[in-house]
Design a protein. Structure first.
Length: 208
């Protein structure tokens, strides 16, 4: 019991150190850029790198069931964190020729643990619906697909997976009647979705 508590404290301490380092990096980069010390391209790339680190940190928080807001309050670091997020938002909203930032990135940073849960729930609900015996409501499937696409679209860095999901969606749109009357067809769609789901989990390092 003591060892588990110690491990939990150590994990939390390491995550606090990581978030402190990443946020201070973003703030320091912005200060140097504003003072003309850093060139724009180097600044963009450095912020992108720090942002990716921040995304990874959010996933680690989710994996260890640590609430970001509580961690920031404990560190007395909330204001600095949001200053860094504002910097990322401003940069990602600009139309840089290098396309360093996906359009959905800024809105996803703070929401990643919640989005992960919503995507997981959307996948499971849709797959379960497709596996139902006596299925007779393709509108339900289309609605669940749209929910999954919406949640999936809010998660950055999954461009190829989003294309694959869109291809599956277009497949069922072209076979509206078949999705109702052919259980084997529904099972094959469910299998395709489950494969995409496992790929998603592996990218988050939470798959088996």
């Amino acid at each position: 019991m003591t060892n588990r508590k110690k491990n939990s404290i150590e994990i939390k301490s390491e995550l606090e150190s990581e978030i402190f380092a990443i946020i201070n990096t973003i703030l320091n980069l912005n200060q140097k850029y504003q003072r003309g010390i850093l060139k724009e391209l180097f600044f963009q790339r450095s912020i992108k790198s720090a942002t990716n680190d921040l995304l990874g940190l959010n996933l680690s928080l989710n994996k260890h069931n640590i609430v970001l807001s509580e961690l920031l309050n404990h560190m007395n670091f909330t204001d600095d964190y949001y200053k860094a997020i504002d910097i990322i938002n401003k940069i990602s909203s600009l139309n840089f020729s290098t396309n360093q930032f996906p359009e959905s990135l800024s809105s996803s940073i703070l929401e990643i643990p919640g989005i992960t849960s919503e995507i997981t729930a959307s996948f499971i609900t849709l797959i379960d619906a497709l596996k139902l015996d006596g299925f007779d409501d393709n509108e339900l499937i289309f609605g669940l697909f749209k929910d999954l696409k919406k949640n999936f679209g809010r998660f950055p860095g999954l461009e190829l997976d989003k294309i694959n999901l869109q291809n599956i969606f277009e497949e069922i749109l072209q076979n509206e009647e078949k999705i109702v009357i052919n259980k084997n067809y529904r099972d094959s769609i469910a299998d395709d979705l489950y494969l995409l789901y496992t790929i998603f989990l592996k990218k988050l390092n939470i798959g088996k």
